[in-house]
Design a protein around this ligand. Structure first.
Ligand code: ACM
Length: 524
């Protein structure tokens, strides 16, 4: 810590003393407020000049928290990917540095949320203030978005990436900003999920909900019940070979997400959507019918036997093993579309499973149907189709995640001619996906009851990254903004222009997207 302070002191002194010797660069006039940032920051003030990112830039990080240094390293790696520049983090100042990026742990009262940050961009320095490493991490995504795709090679004798100067004061609207990936209907590999996490991080999401089990497949190794993956993991929609994550792979995904300040929410969907589990262990089955593997797309035909003690012993093992690998606070029990579970059995089941989730130290989340049970106020209901159940849960003191199928389901088709996806909840063109307000969507739901927003991507019709991305992009980018930016600052026309400017990022990341005609996409 002391060593780092001395380094910083030397860097700042050097920066000050080098000013006279340095050539004055004649930057073109800039306007930070016009930068196509998504999500749109709360407040941006332009000062019209520029910071020239070049080989003489250094990054320093402060704080007793080594996580701040990790944020600095993440920034350095991404600057390298985008520009080729090799920028040291907390390295010695032997090589004279002209410009400084300083990531500072600050206790400023203006930083009112753990994910808030302040970015002060001047000609020779960029100061990023945040209370926590998560806030610093969100702030460096803004900085990444401000670095242009190409260098300006005419201003001086070496390449320089021109970043507009000014101030950004920013923080999130909601503490929970997520997307869900259905890895059960079709399996997605660790690498495919990591690619999705990278994009989530860039747009300041902080949750990835993994739908790990359904009728067509079980995707997470449970050591005490190996047939779940040996049998239940071997199928998927359409008859493909399925797949599953070993516990090591799951932990690797959790760690990868945590490095990006993203929490993984694991979901085991039950008591319905459980055909793959019951095929693996038929004693679980409660629908009274012969059980066989299922690779179609119907819903609502399967159920666990909610009156059998052995089902709850099984669930204690499953939830226990997953909870032990999941540092985040949540465990999602699904609970949707249990059409062949008697209502009294359903209620009994949800109340028992909630206790198991709590016993393993987690907070239960369930789809809005769980509000029919007498759930704890600490449990969370995820609205997808029944506002009345969201209201009921909120009256009971529960928080609500807003994911209405009609507005936020990434697997709804854009229109009648777009590829992939379904349309049972309607078509969701890119503007319709953006032009709604999660704070007022459920009439009568108090804002204080809203935990956040999540955009689920169900995978009946998609089986690889390119198809996944076609449905997720560009709509996911709009949900990032609806989750982060103050609702009163948002308008489709302004967003549309900023969205058009995301093309270089999407291309650089090799992210496929649906090129809707509603947006004048930036040409190369
Ligand atoms: C759901 O779409 N069945 C939650």
């Amino acid at each position: 810590m002391i060593y780092r302070s001395i380094l910083l002191f030397v860097a700042v002194i050097c920066l000050a003393s080098c000013q006279d010797k340095k050539e004055e660069i004649n930057f073109p006039k800039t306007d930070l407020a016009k930068a196509p940032l998504i999500p749109k920051p709360i407040k941006t003030i332009s000062t019209g000049s520029a910071f020239g990112l070049d080989a003489n830039t250094v990054i320093y990080t402060s704080g007793t928290d080594s996580e701040f240094e990790k944020v600095g390293v993440f920034l350095s790696e991404h600057i390298k990917k985008k520009t080729g520049l090799d920028i040291g983090v907390n390295s010695s100042t032997e090589n004279q540095s002209d410009r400084l990026i300083y990531i500072n742990q600050s206790d400023s009262v203006a930083l009112d949320n753990p994910e808030s940050y302040q970015l002060y961009i001047k000609k020779d320095s960029i100061f990023l203030n945040a209370k926590t490493a998560a806030g610093a991490f969100r702030g460096i995504q803004t900085l990444r978005q401000l670095i242009p795709e190409t260098s300006n090679d005419t201003l001086t004798d070496h390449p320089l990436w021109v970043i507009p100067t000014g101030k950004i004061l920013d923080g999130p609207k909601f503490g929970y900003r997520g997307s869900m990936l259905d890895v059960a209907r079709h399996f997605f590999t660790v690498e495919e999920v990591k690619k999705y996490i990278d994009a989530l991080a860039y747009y300041k999401f902080n949750v990835l909900h993994l739908h790990l089990s359904d009728d067509q497949g079980w995707r997470i190794e449970i050591k005490s019940w190996p047939k779940l993956t040996e049998v239940g993991g071997a199928t998927e929609v359409g008859g493909g070979k399925g797949g599953f994550y070993t516990q090591e792979q799951y932990k690797d995904l959790v760690a990868y997400a945590a490095d990006r300040h993203i929490t993984i929410v694991p979901e085991i969907d039950m008591p319905g959507h459980t055909n793959a589990a019951s095929v693996s262990y038929p004693f679980l089955n409660g629908n009274g019918k012969e059980i066989k593997p299922y690779t179609g797309t119907r819903v609502g035909f399967s159920t666990f036997d909610a009156r059998k003690d052995t089902v709850y012993s099984f669930l204690d093992d499953v939830i226990g093993e997953i909870a032990a690998m999941t540092p985040g606070p949540y465990f999602h029990i699904g609970g949707d579309e249990s059409h062949v579970t008697k209502k009294s059995d359903y209620i009994h089941f949800v109340e028992k499973v909630e206790k198991i989730v709590q016993k393993h130290g987690k907070r239960m989340i369930g789809w809005n149907e769980i509000a029919q049970a007498n759930i704890s106020s600490n449990s969370i209901a995820q609205l997808w189709n029944e506002p009345k159940n969201a209201l009921k849960a909120a009256e009971n003191g529960s928080k609500i995640i807003i994911s209405p199928a009609k507005k936020a389901y990434l697997d709804m088709q854009y229109d009648s001619i777009s590829e992939y996806g379904l349309h049972w909840a309607g078509y969701i063109p890119v503007d319709v996906g953006y032009k709604w307000n999660p704070e007022t969507y459920v009439e009568g739901l108090p804002k204080e009851s809203i935990l956040g927003i999540e955009a689920p991507l169900w995978s009946e019709t998609i089986s690889n990254s390119s198809e996944l991305e076609y449905l997720a992009f560009p709509r996911l980018i709009g949900y990032a903004e609806l989750g982060w930016s103050p609702s009163e600052h948002l308008d489709w026309e302004g967003y549309r222009e900023r969205l058009a400017a995301q093309v270089p990022y999407l291309k650089a990341m090799q992210i496929n997207y649906y090129p809707t005609k509603l947006v004048d996409w930036k040409k190369d």
